[in-house]
Design a protein around this ligand. Sequence first.
Ligand SMILES: [Fe+2]
Ligand SMILES: [Fe+2]
Length: 335
Amino acid sequence: MYTQSMDIPDAAEKGPPESASAASELANAFEARIDADGRIEPQDWMPDNYRQTLVRQISQHAHSEIVGMLPEGNWISRAPSLKRKAILIAKVQDEAGHGLYLYSAAETLGTSREQMLEGLHSGRAKYSSIFNYPTLTWADVGVIGWLVDGAAIMNQVPLCRCSYGPYARAMVRVCKEESFHQRQGYEALLVMMKGTDEQRAMVQDATNRYWWKCLAMFGPPAADSPHSALAMRWGIKRISNDELRQKFVDATVPQAKVLGVTLPDPDLKWNEARQHYDYGEIDWQEFWTTVAGNGPCNKERLATRVKAHSDGQWVRDAAMAYARKYRERTITEAV
Ligand SMILES: [Fe+2]
Ligand SMILES: [Fe+2]
């Protein structure tokens, strides 16, 4: 999918532009393409800051997909039916695929998979704070599909128009799969709401626990989001955090009504003048505490990832040994 990355010259190989005028010509060409809403491709010149912003965003996105497999993976062995188990396995597997497309997209910017994984495993790199909360009941799996994947879709659809080509193209397929994730979650909840009082109570409880965390998932308001302005200027980000959050609230309130659950916000009401729903204050303190590594499951999630990586070392070693032997045999046969 990202084979064009093979054409990227190393930084050292390419070297700096020969003169100040050549450098400003490159910068002007970049800005002109951004202004014309064109795509930047891996072999194109780009400012260091643009490259770093993308590496940070795409690798965080990739880590979120991979760590996001854990809360739901927890329920694969306990799914209530064969059908639900098959759906959940397919969904969790999709998330692994999303992580792989995104690591590949980030690699086209000159960062290696090892560097990115080292960032995740050492705790330096961030991933979405929502995955640091536990999945206590089967209803959590449905609510994650409905609300977490629903929020992810809001966030990711504009990324299909991101100025960086490989990221934008990866997001097209990711968004199609996220749409299936959202629907399967909502459908699982609809079925539970037609069940017993106990099942309905589980759905309400999961909704109560996840609602505010999903609103925080869009990130802080622009004033507190240090990278937002530049990312907007460069067409990496197209819609502000607050606008995306509002779109999510407006889309979700009617879905909650159909489902028959209440959203845990006394300030949530339709504002005729704004033609949007008003909603209450988000607890940003809790968000920052979780981002800083002190949420309820941060340590467990990271420990699980690190263990999976080191447990898989023999597979990587075996694959490398096989590739080496295959190469040697091919050379011997060719001689
Ligand atoms: Fe995903
Ligand atoms: Fe998903």
